[in-house]
Design a protein around this ligand. Structure first.
Ligand SMILES: [Fe+2]
Ligand SMILES: [Fe+2]
Length: 338
């Protein structure tokens, strides 16, 4: 038996040629990549004087959509310290972003390695990899210019990072949920900052605008990919997947939004502030929940919301209403005072 049944099923799942609508969607996404894409060194004028990183630039102060930015402790610090914290934090988020993107690129190429000839997924995955390569260049350039020697992800995750893309070949569905777990919080945070309209440093503003524009496509693809496959899984597989999804969302989101140990030490931030920020206060709890409205919608649509899964979402503290449509801005919440 050269090919077991499992391998045959795995191969069959990669053949999408009989699904005209899916093929059309991927063609549209790929054509979008060709029509509208960015180059980090021609679309950002790094050497123009307005992009220079200078001392005491108040535009690095954290915006109030950032949980730390709106915290009274942060706002009570001298301006100089607020700037230093703002630069470090924004550089670190960029670093986590690029580390995450490197994992994604490795995974996409692992997946594309196996897809059959003629598959539209090959073209799309490679377009996305090219875009992510450009994002990593752009983010690293930003980190270098800010000049803070930030580590990015927590150490533990950096060590297991090389293993994660290996699952993209044999287990693409859990992998693409992991992709969403990284893309949704970054995209959600960046969109909120841009919507807030605070004066940002031009580097931040330009980098985020480019990123948000391309990310919409990446998130669409992950949703399409999962929407196509998840409903056809066996009930048992869907059940385990439904428990895995909230856990991976919570874990990866934490790695992205919570600064690593080095940060708290460097700026001598009291433990109580840290507890409240992630995620002790009602506002920060809501902020966390709001990131995953689209993923909850996807889970509802694909049969991943059974009573046990709902309990898991609640235990992970990311339960709530599903979005009514993708990228729906968070509805206004009434946060009751404790
Ligand atoms: Fe990206
Ligand atoms: Fe992306």
């Amino acid at each position: 038996m050269a090919r077991t049944r499992m391998v045959r099923r795995w191969r069959r799942n990669m053949d999408v040629s009989d699904d005209a609508q899916y093929v059309d969607t991927l063609t549209t996404l790929s054509e979008g990549s060709v029509r509208r894409n960015f180059n980090p060194y021609t679309d950002i004028d790094w050497d123009s004087p307005e992009f220079a990183v200078v001392d005491n630039d108040a535009r690095w102060v954290l915006p109030s959509t950032d949980p730390l930015g709106r915290h009274p402790w942060y706002q009570a610090q001298p301006l100089e310290k607020q700037i230093a914290i703002g630069m470090w934090r924004q550089a670190n988020v960029a670093k986590v972003g690029l580390q995450f993107e490197i994992i994604l690129i490795r995974g996409l190429t692992n997946y594309a390695f196996w897809v059959p000839n003629g598959s539209p997924e090959y073209r799309y995955c490679l377009h996305e990899s090219v875009e992510e390569c450009n994002h990593t260049l752009m983010f690293q350039e930003m980190v270098n210019r800010i000049g803070a020697d930030v580590p990015g992800m927590p150490r533990m995750l950096r060590w297991v990072a090389p293993l994660i893309p290996l699952v993209a070949g044999p287990l693409p569905i859990p992998f693409f949920f992991g992709v969403l777990a990284g893309e949704e919080p970054i995209d959600h945070t960046q969109k909120n900052i841009l919507r807030e309209g605070k004066a940002l440093h031009p580097i931040m503003e330009r980098v985020m605008a480019i990123h948000v524009a391309e990310e919409a496509r990446h998130i669409s693809f992950a949703h399409e990919y999962l929407q196509k496959r998840v409903p056809h899984l066996k009930a048992r597989q869907r059940f385990w997947l439904s428990l895995y999804v909230p856990v991976v969302m919570r874990r990866l989101c934490k790695a992205i939004v919570v600064p690593p140990k080095a940060f708290w030490k460097e700026f001598d931030i009291p433990r109580s502030v840290r507890k409240e920020l992630f995620f002790g206060s009602p506002e920060s709890k809501q902020w966390l929940r709001d990131m995953f409205g689209d993923v909850r919608m996807l889970c509802h649509e694909t049969g991943l919301m059974n009573p046990f899964a709902k309990l898991m979402w609640r235990l992970c503290r990311i339960d709530g209403q599903p979005s009514r449509y993708r990228s729906e801005p968070a509805r206004q919440h009434v946060v009751s005072a404790a």
